[in-house]
Design a protein around this ligand. Structure first.
Ligand SMILES: Nc1ncnc2c1ncn2[C@@H]1O[C@H](COP(=O)(O)OP(=O)(O)OP(=O)(O)O)[C@@H](O)[C@H]1O
Ligand SMILES: [Mg+2]
Length: 253
């Protein structure tokens, strides 16, 4: 098996959509970034800034209008299958079959990724324990609470132990304890050398997790850098204040 660089390299990525009136607009506009192995990169931005669209392009769910990206060393346009094998992607619209149990769903996706036999069972045990799902692993997904579903979606996304994690607002719907557990999980992933790219509206989470941040507005990166660099740049001590300062400038400018 080839060794895979757990990194994300994005160059000039652009996605155009049509407005209801029929004009074209850029949901993502010439976005470039680079996220390293063993690091956590956070995308922050107001509603409609283009975060989900960016993450969906990197996960090969939608194709870019222009620009390129390599995820785990593979090109999103020419090697989408390879990209999908090497990422764990979590987004709000991730479907869980309501009639299947949590364990059946995660096992099913494990099999799609080519896991089988003892290794599949080991991975199921590991992710269920790690995410604290064991108690309800045999409940049907249709009968789970929002937060429980979210955790099963995460289990589903990481069952194949991918080197790159792409998480769109991963703690949405989770209670304080479950959010904290997920934050710990993301940190452990970093320690294991994985590259994590995630979006969030929760500034305390960005504060605790991110090595690097990009602040997005109208599809463009307004500012990016390490947490410390951005704090220095804005003269602020908290990510929330950094975010507001940078966004305030972008809106005026
Ligand atoms: N399939 C689509 N067709 C047309 N426009 C779209 C589509 N998907 C997204 N958009 C538009 O692209 C822009 C960016 O949307 P996106 O979902 O990427 O924002 P976001 O940063 O994730 O916002 P939020 O914080 O609310 O989740 C928005 O103006 C949105 O309406
Ligand atoms: Mg979004």
């Amino acid at each position: 098996m080839s060794t895979v660089a757990a990194s994300i390299e994005v160059e000039n990525l652009t996605k155009e959509y049509r407005t209801p009136k029929g004009d074209w607009f850029k949901a993502v506009d010439g976005l470039s970034l680079s996220a390293k192995p063993g690091s956590i990169f956070g995308l922050l931005g107001p509603n409609g800034a283009g975060k989900t669209t960016t993450l969906r392009m990197l996960s090969t769910l939608v194709g870019p209008t222009s620009g390129t990206a390599r995820v785990a060393g593979f090109d999103i346009a020419t090697e989408p299958e390879r990209v999908r094998q090497h990422i764990g992607f979590l987004t709000g619209s991730t479907g869980l079959y309501p009639r299947l149990t949590a364990r059946e769903v995660v096992a099913y996706f494990g099999q799609l990724y080519g896991l089988e036999g003892d290794y599949l069972q080991e991975r199921l045990e590991f992710v269920f324990r790690d995410l604290d799902i064991l108690d309800y692993q045999n409940k049907r997904c249709g009968e789970l609470s929002t937060g429980m579903k979210q955790k099963v979606s995460i289990a589903r996304a990481i069952v194949h132990d991918p080197p790159v994690l792409i998480l769109d607002e991963p703690t949405t719907g989770l209670d304080v304890l479950a959010s904290r557990n997920l934050v710990d999980f993301i940190r452990r992933s970093r320690e294991l050398g994985k590259c994590v790219l995630f979006s969030t509206h929760i500034m305390s989470e960005a504060e605790r997790l991110c090595d690097e941040l990009a602040i997005i507005h109208k599809g463009r990166i307004v500012e990016h850098g390490t947490k410390t660099a951005l704090m220095k740049l804005t003269g602020k001590s908290y990510v929330e204040d950094v975010f507001l300062a940078i966004l305030g400038e972008a809106k005026i400018g």
